[in-house]
Design a binder for this molecule. Structure first.
Ligand code: ADP
Ligand code: MG
Length: 686
């Protein structure tokens, strides 16, 4: 079948090309069709040679009269040609493409490029060429709006374009009418034709037809993600707790007493989140709630209240943190909160083991806090009523499956300080219910944030030295971000090490400086963090591994090098490492960029302290990729849809509602396979 034809069957295609396509996530003809362009070159003006004007981008079509290679001194080659049509001639120049001589000699060609002037002569710089084999030949690289594909892994946009054109012809010939959605949804929402959309998005006839195609494809992208989420949710809602929580007046009273005994009054959004959670805990289906709130907004206490409700019902609560140090921190916080209560708390991490035997022997603890390995190794789930997951964005389908396999159907509360714009959570996380803490406890001093250009670097450093000396506060220095990949991690480790040596020797020689980076062993990392916490260092130089959620009140200055390289969400996370107590905190963004839009972003960041506002700005400017840290690849990436488009999101919601009410996925095989691809990819990323 067309949809499942492997790209191994592509004619005139080298094994290397096939391998590269697979690296892009393209396995089948169908995947190729759905590999959309990132932009287009408009080469649609075809002009006689005699009429071209400087500044134009045009396509010329004619005969190659001569073409030859010349050699330069630096072992470069130049290909010089003359192109002729009925109106005149023009010279063409290429660099280092000797194969063109044989390829183009005496041929009729179509060539797109830019017209310019050089010493009052018109010049033409070719960008794309192709040979015209016959009178009715359809050009694909020239003479039209030409799609440009993301070219990574050593495969060119041109090659991808050729392969897609080939597959598209097959599609147009062999598939008569293609629509994967129910007719009613297409009609009700006035969606344009899918087959036409796929054709036009690759090889548009005009910008109008492209825009219609993009609307349809964008809708599809959002629709299938949303539907997938909704179906997952529906599946989950079929689960039943082994034993439900009960809230009688006595228990309610105790919960209220606990809340009023806290050393502070809950903010109104904390109180609202507590209500939403307790409401879920009352049901006999497992809660699946996402608690989002800025750094310092007080999520831990909300989780503690939920855990207390669990305790009163005779259930255990598991609290899972991504790292040892965060687990320890939760342990300390919870221990303080429950100091006057008979709630017993255990810590289980690599270096703090309450339980030495696998499974069991933990009945007498009510809250068990630890890192993830905890799930599988040390806990039996007989009494677990609630699982709290902190700062683990991806606690998704796969982890739930593990819980389920262990026989548990506990309530689940995930917490994150990474704000997710509403349009994004509706689309990508709609299987989760959402609680938002959108205010900070009263009396917090906003962190003073400054953009520091190169000329002020020295003054900035001196100011910091003075602060450490006078107030004995501590400082984080974050080294510039280097994009993640195995070898890049090494690069950033090297960069950080170099920076560390430099700062220690030349800038902060009177102070105690430590270094933290991703290649250190977990144990060594924790030791450095612990020592920093115990004020054995004044300055911690680090790559961006400084833990999300780490709480060191005496560290009040955050200095970020090469700040322009970070996304705003990430900068916000980093800034959140300071400002944890009543002391005034500062964040310095060191930058040497001269790019206006980068400076503008940094100044926007300096002026805004709401994580949500920053995330929305990032989403508008940089797209969704950065929101989730790692870049998604291939099929699951949103290539067309704009996640800030509220109308689109609304339309997709309507479509999903119609589908959920009236149809069954099993009756729509293409849709079904798209969704399962999506879910497999999602699990792979979890
Ligand atoms: P986060 O949401 O980043 O995990 P935490 O739960 O660590 O934040 O809380 C940050 C600090 O704020 C803690 O020291 C906590 O005791 C305190 N806190 C939480 N809620 C309130 C409140 N309503 N009023 C005052 N302080 C609060
Ligand atoms: Mg926290």
């Amino acid at each position: 079948m067309f949809t499942t034809t492997s790209i191994d069957l592509l004619p005139k295609t080298t094994t290397v090309t096939k391998k590269h396509l697979k690296k892009l996530g393209i396995e089948t003809y169908w995947d190729l069709l759905y590999y959309f362009p990132t932009r287009y070159e408009n080469f649609s003006i075809i002009s006689p040679i005699s009429q071209i004007q400087p500044g134009e981008t045009v396509t010329l079509q004619g005969q190659i009269k001569e073409i030859k290679t010349e050699y330069t001194r630096r072992r470069l080659t130049i290909q010089k040609a003359v192109l002729e049509d009925e109106s005149g001639q023009i010279r063409l120049v290429w660099y280092n493409q000797p194969f063109l001589v044989k390829l183009l000699e005496h041929k009729k060609v179509s060539i797109s490029g830019n017209v310019d002037t050089y010493k009052s002569h018109l010049t033409f710089t070719p960008q794309e060429y192709e040979i015209i084999y016959s009178a009715d030949f359809n050009t694909i690289h020239t003479g039209r709006m030409v799609p440009v594909y993301q070219q990574t892994y050593g495969i060119s946009s041109r090659t991808i374009r050729e392969k897609i054109y080939f597959v598209l012809q097959q599609f147009l010939e062999s598939v008569e009418n293609y629509e994967f959605l129910p007719e009613k949804i297409v009609n009700d929402l006035k969606l344009s034709n899918e087959k036409e959309a796929i054709t036009q998005i690759h090889f548009p006839q005009s910008s109008k037809s492209l825009s219609i195609a993009r609307d349809r494809i964008g809708f599809d992208e959002i629709f299938i993600r949303m539907l997938s989420s909704k179906l997952v949710k529906k599946e989950w809602e079929k689960e039943r707790l082994s034993e439900a929580f009960h809230f009688n007046t006595n228990i309610n009273k105790k919960i209220n007493e606990f809340i009023s005994s806290l050393p502070f009054k809950l903010t109104s959004s904390q109180a609202r989140s507590v209500d939403e959670i307790i409401n879920d805990l009352k049901k006999d289906t497992p809660m699946n709630r996402f608690l989002q709130g800025d750094v310092g907004s007080g999520k831990t206490v909300v989780a503690a209240i939920a855990a207390y409700a669990g305790f009163l019902n005779g259930f255990q609560t598991l609290v899972m943190a991504p790292t040892e140090i965060l687990a320890v921190q939760h342990y300390e916080t919870m221990t303080k909160l429950f100091k006057d209560y008979p709630v017993k708390i255990a810590l289980q991490t690599q270096s703090h083991k309450t339980f030495t035997k696998k499974v069991n022997n933990n009945d007498k603890y009510h809250i068990i806090i630890g890192t993830q390995a905890l799930i599988s190794d040390y806990v039996d789930f007989d009494h677990v009523g609630l699982v709290v997951v902190d700062e683990q964005h991806r606690f998704g389908v796969r982890q739930r499956a593990i819980l389920k396999k262990k026989g548990g159907h506990p309530h689940l509360l995930s917490m994150t300080a990474t704000p997710i714009p509403r349009t994004v959570s509706l689309t990508l996380y709609s299987e989760l219910d959402l609680s938002t803490i959108d205010e900070l406890p009263a009396g917090r001093l906003p962190i003073k944030t400054y953009v520091v250009p190169d000329i002020k670097r020295k003054a900035g450093q001196n100011w910091i030295k003075d602060k450490i000396a006078k107030n004995s506060i501590q400082v984080y220095i974050i080294c510039p971000l280097i994009e993640e990949s195995e070898s890049e991690t090494m690069k950033s480790v090297r960069a950080a090490t170099k920076e560390y040596e430099h700062l220690k020797k030349n800038v902060f020689s009177d102070f105690r400086v430590a270094l933290l980076h991703g290649k250190l062993k977990g144990k060594d990392k924790d030791k450095i963090m612990q020592d920093f916490k115990e004020k054995k260092y004044d300055i911690l130089v680090s790559t961006c591994v400084v833990e999300v959620g780490i709480d060191i009140a005496n560290a009040t200055i955050m200095l970020i090098e090469g700040a322009e390289r970070f996304g705003l969400a990430q900068l916000h996370q980093l800034r959140g490492r300071v400002g944890r107590a009543e002391k005034q905190s500062y964040c310095f963004l060191f930058t040497s960029t001269n790019e206006d839009f980068l400076k503008k972003r940094l100044h926007f960041f300096a002026k805004n302290s709401s994580g949500m506002k920053l995330a929305e700005y990032d989403l508008r400017i940089r797209g969704p990729g950065d929101l989730y840290g790692t870049r998604q690849h291939g099929y699951t990436e949103l290539r067309v849809a704009d996640l800030t488009d509220a109308k689109l999101i609304h339309n997709a919601q309507t479509g999903v509602e119609i589908f959920m009410n009236k149809y069954n996925l099993t009756d729509f095989s293409s849709l079904k396979s798209m969704i399962s691809t999506l879910q497999i990819d999602k699990i792979a990323r979890d």
